[in-house]
Design a protein around this ligand. Structure first.
Ligand SMILES: Nc1ncnc2c1ncn2[C@@H]1O[C@H](COP(=O)(O)OP(=O)(O)OP(=O)(O)O)[C@@H](O)[C@H]1O
Ligand SMILES: [Mg+2]
Length: 516
């Protein structure tokens, strides 16, 4: 098929786009073409410019130079609403629903069905919303405030909203980062449907498997510049990663389990964390977890299986009916995160937007927030100690910013994530609990975070690793506990610590189980 073919006029074309923020050239002379019925992957490291390009295409940012063509005609969008009206529908990286409004209200925001009197017809809206969600096979209650729904359900509502706008272009910025595998499959079926309807789709994800499953074209950005564009079938995975990073990925990225530093001998070392019979009606049933210094314990399970609740319970942020937690042999009073943190237990929470990031504060303030008591020895805050700490972690986690004073809200998604990780690491905890630590982080940075976890474990930290990515659990843990409906149903280590057995254990299906 030739580019000159008229039926192949791109639906949306960006030509020579540039966009500069104070201190960074986020996009330099970037061009992409989106065609009917094609899924176009947009890839690049954290901070490469993916979200910025999307925001330029959708009227959130105005471009400094370049041109947008919609169906061959030059256009400019003064606002996201203008882009939406022109048929470009977007699912942004951060879930952006109105938290206290119902799912139905969010689905029909700005186009609510009205009664004869011009009032919102809530009855009809709820009915329509239910029908829409069930047509899309989305399992979420549209009548409750979206803030009360799990992150995945919220994201599926954004997806439903974007798709129901019947746009000619649908743009998805990391749509799957908060979805569990069942929801990902639902999303992929919806994407197939959109493709068949001739919609042009932009798809951003750091999960390479997904890109190869559903994308037709790929555009790679690096430091705001386009470095490659073409059919994804022509760019093997290794090469894609190399193109994206501008170097070969270090071999450690896909280390084999045998390369995991061995944990201390169970018989000789006392656990640093003992959580004993944690119970919460309807959520957790007799959940017990022991972690020895130097050990990385994975926690697997489906959404709602009780993984985050277990971590929150250990932190004291989840009300329990019964249970005991001790750190280094000393009991920790339950129900007080502050006391748990003082005892050396920290948690990187799953929902960063709700539980952590302060977008209007600087990187430095966000990082030192939790360490303030420690940096204020005998009541005096040491700014130089704070600066040193911040510099160390910015370098160690390779946080991409023009300096520690940059507001966190202006960092790319993955870099915001690293800032939060830094906040908890600089407390020098004894137990580090990480809930989906590499969500939204690019492959290079993923390898760095994994290396960092190994390094910390080697220094004697106990790590609890929660992840929906089975590969991450298997590669990164010494053993994996599997939760189902609030109970620990299996523990995988040794030869059973592999993705096949883990998937079965998580789903509760037989097969692959070799031990009696
Ligand atoms: N509003 C803003 N003000 C200042 N700088 C910004 C702003 N938005 C983005 N940037 C900067 O532009 C660059 C590109 O960011 P962008 O969010 O497009 O990256 P990304 O490719 O989406 O990364 P990620 O994979 O982490 O989401 C980054 O250096 C970021 O800090
Ligand atoms: Mg982004």
């Amino acid at each position: 098929m030739t580019v000159a073919d008229n039926s192949q006029t791109p639906v949306l074309e960006a030509k020579g786009i540039s966009k500069t923020f104070p201190g960074v050239k986020a996009l330099q002379d970037v061009s992409v073409s989106l065609r009917r019925g094609e899924v176009h992957a947009l890839v690049g490291e954290n901070g490469a410019g993916k979200s910025t390009l999307i925001k330029v295409l959708t009227g959130v940012y105005q471009l400094d130079a370049g041109q947008l063509l919609l169906h061959g005609n030059s256009v400019s969008f003064a606002s996201p609403r203008a882009a939406q009206d022109a048929g470009i529908s977007t699912i942004y990286q951060e879930v952006n629903l109105v938290p206290l409004q119902s799912g139905a209200r969010n689905l029909y925001l700005g186009r609510e069905p009205r009664t004869a009197l011009g009032l919102i017809d809530f009855k009809r809206m709820n009915r329509d919303a239910k029908a829409l969600l069930s047509d899309f096979n989305i399992d979420a209650d549209p009548t409750v405030p979206v803030a009360t729904l799990a992150l995945g359900a919220q994201q599926m509502i954004s997806v439903a909203r974007a798709i129901s706008l019947e746009a000619s272009v649908v743009i998805m910025d990391e749509p799957t980062s908060s979805l569990e595998s069942r929801e990902v499959e639902t999303l992929f079926r919806l994407i197939e449907r959109l493709k068949a309807d001739g919609v042009a789709i932009v798809y951003v994800s750091h999960r390479l498997d997904e890109l190869y499953r559903i994308c037709d074209q790929v555009t790679v950005l690096r430091d705001g510049r386009l470095v490659h564009s073409g059919p994804i079938a022509d760019l093997p995975r290794q090469q894609l990663v190399a193109t994206m990073l501008g170097r070969e990925l270090l071999a450690q990225h896909s280390r084999s389990s045998s390369a995991v530093v061995q944990p201390p001998d169970a018989a000789k070392v006392a656990p640093v964390l003992v959580a004993d019979s944690l119970n919460r009606r309807g959520l957790l049933h007799d959940v017990s977890v022991e972690i020895r210094p130097g050990e990385v314990v994975g926690l697997g399970g489906l959404l709602g299986a009780g993984r985050s609740e277990t971590a929150k319970a250990i932190l004291g942020a989840q009300i329990l009916d019964s249970g005991h937690v001790s750190v280094g042999g000393s009991p920790v009073a339950l129900g007080s995160p502050a006391r748990s943190i003082a005892a050396g237990v920290v948690l990187l929470p799953e929902d960063r937007k709700a539980d952590g990031i302060l977008p209007n504060l600087s990187i430095k303030d966000n990082i030192v927030l939790a360490a303030l008591p420690r940096l204020s020895k005998s009541g005096v805050f040491s700014d130089s100690a704070a600066n040193k700490l911040v510099a160390t972690f910015m370098q160690r986690l390779n946080i991409k910013a023009f300096g520690p004073s940059q507001k966190v809200g202006t960092l790319s998604g993955g870099n915001q994530q690293k800032v939060l990780l830094a906040r908890w690491l600089c407390l020098e905890p004894r137990i580090l609990m990480l809930d989906e630590p590499t969500r939204g982080i690019d492959v290079g940075a993923k390898a760095e975070v994994r290396r960092l976890i190994d390094e910390l474990a080697e220094q004697g930290l106990g790590v609890l690793l929660i992840s929906s990515e089975t590969e991450e659990l298997v590669d990164g843990s010494h053993r994996v506990l599997v939760l189902r409906e609030g109970s620990i149903v299996d523990e995988l280590d040794g030869h059973r610590l592999n993705e096949g057995d883990l998937v079965h254990a998580i789903a509760g299906t037989l097969g692959g189980e070799t031990s009696a």
